[in-house]
Design a protein around this ligand. Structure first.
Ligand code: BG6
Length: 465
């Protein structure tokens, strides 16, 4: 068959979800910050739908994995919930039911020929650790996270070969400490900077543990999943270019550089020092960050960021914010996913590929999330009861064509995962926008393959399209 876009051999064709967004809270002994937030403020969630049932994966994982197999995916990411696996956060004592559950899930993936990629943190901090220590503001929590990670390696490291320390740690910084879209919805730039540092430290400490325990010696790889939002200036004028450079350093490179190069971007450190908001760190910690970089990178890409120079002087009377250095820029004529309010700009896939190739040692990397959330997909159901999500197929094909261009120019990308295999719970947007290859009817939990599910099966089979 002649294909326009052929991908490298053994390419990962897969999809990603997370524990808190798919499992439901069944039999979970602790609450994450999201469980807690829903318990105290259910009206903050679209249609008042919380994480209690989600897509029922806890009960239906066997059938779900079978459906995922049916759409031809060869790899799949999910996460282990800290609040499920661990009974006692201080000692790392494991909840036996949870260990059994995750063992069954991982074995099911493997039995169905699907490579498991396991992530350790997907925004789901135990709320007790926020109340007791201030969550990621505290280095004590960093060390407790290492205890949890170690348990995961010991329990599942014989079968799981691909691990991620965090999913989108920058979203924790933005949602919880800057822009109020995740509980506890603080606006505190100084704390945000400390959290940013602590998350980097936690990732490096987990990698150190992984290596010290020897999991890298028997084929294990450990990485991090970052949401990269390439930043483009409004114009080539110096002040706009500088604004975009700051945005790139603060929102992308503050995780990308430590993860791959073992150090923070110098310009950013200089600004944070000058503004007196630099994190507290020790030389010993910096050395851990320096010496424990990732084996592979996962990139979640949804939208670009556009920046312009500030139009008015930033009012610092309420404290420091990164917004001191830029304004967001809404480019006239930009293409939008109006359901989600995100710009659609597939060219970024190429720019990311070239950035990794040229500035990050061409490290092995993959697209770990890319997707299009659409509201009201029922209106696209055809006479056979199938959602005809042609818009999603077009979205994927466009993004893949730019990724392909990057790969054909030498970028070391080994896979493409979409968000998400089965419609899942999306934080405060709950089930508003659907992303899956497989639809969920919430009241009955009946799951049906969409047209895009048939499409990806063909793409995976042919290794291209
Ligand atoms: C990513 C996250 O930010 O995007 C997922 O890793 C999330 O957890 C996905 O669900 C889609 O975004 P949203 O906000 O529409 O759920």
């Amino acid at each position: 068959m002649s294909l326009k876009y052929k991908f490298p051999e053994n390419f990962w064709w897969g999809s990603a979800t997370s524990g808190p967004q798919s499992e439901g809270r069944f039999n979970k002994k602790h609450r994450s910050v999201f469980d807690y937030w829903f318990d105290i403020e259910p009206q903050a969630f679209f249609n008042g739908v919380g994480p209690n049932v989600a897509s029922n994966f806890y009960n239906s994982y066997k059938e779900d994995v079978k459906l995922i197999k049916e759409i031809g995916l060869n790899s799949l990411r999910t996460s282990i919930q800290w609040t499920r696996l661990i009974k006692d956060f201080e000692t790392g004592e494991v909840d036996e039911d949870a260990a059994k559950f995750y063992n069954n899930v991982i074995n099911e993936f493997i039995d169905q020929g699907i490579l498991p990629v396991i992530n350790l943190h997907h925004f789901d901090l135990p709320v007790e650790l926020y109340e007791k220590y201030g969550g990621w503001e505290s280095k004590k929590v960093v060390d407790l996270f290492v205890i949890f990670a170690k348990k995961c390696f010991e329990l599942f490291g014989d079968r799981v070969k691909y691990w991620a320390t965090f999913n989108e740690p920058m979203v924790v910084v933005e949602g919880e400490y800057l822009y109020k879209f995740h509980y506890p919805k603080l606006v505190d730039g100084k704390k945000a900077v400390q959290v940013l540092y602590n998350l980097n430290l936690a990732s490096a400490k987990v990698i150190k543990e992984f290596k010290e325990l020897g999991y890298d010696k028997n084929g294990g790889k450990i990485g991090i999943i970052l949401n990269l939002t390439p930043s483009y200036p409004r114009s080539q004028e110096e002040k706009d270019v500088n604004a975009a450079k700051f945005v790139e350093d603060f929102f992308n490179n503050s995780f990308l550089d430590p993860a791959i190069k073992g150090k923070f971007p110098e310009n950013l450190v200089e600004i944070l020092n000058k503004d007196n908001v630099i994190w507290e760190s020790t030389e010993e910690e910096m050395e851990i960050i320096r010496n424990n970089t990732i084996d592979f990178l996962g990139v979640n890409y949804y939208q670009p960021r556009r920046a312009k120079a500030k139009e008015e002087k930033f009012d610092e009377s309420n404290g420091w914010m990164p917004d001191k250095y830029f304004d967001n820029y809404e480019m006239p004529g930009r293409r939008m996913n109006t359901y989600r309010g995100w710009e659609i700009y597939p060219q970024c896939m190429y720019d990311i590929a070239i950035n990794v190739r040229d500035n990050y040692n061409n490290i092995p990397w993959y697209i770990s999330e890319n997707g299009m959330g659409v509201e009201g997909e029922e209106k696209y159901i055809n006479d056979d009861g199938v959602i005809e999500d042609n818009y999603r197929i077009e979205f994927y094909e466009e993004h893949l064509s730019y990724l392909h261009k990057g790969i054909s120019e030498g970028s070391n990308c080994f896979g493409y995962h979409t968000w998400t295999p089965i419609d899942c719970w999306s934080w405060s947007n709950a089930y508003k926008n659907r992303y899956g290859f497989i639809a969920v009817d919430l009241p009955t939990q009946i799951k049906t393959i969409k047209k895009s599910g048939r499409w990806i099966k063909e793409v995976a089979k042919n290794n291209g399209f």
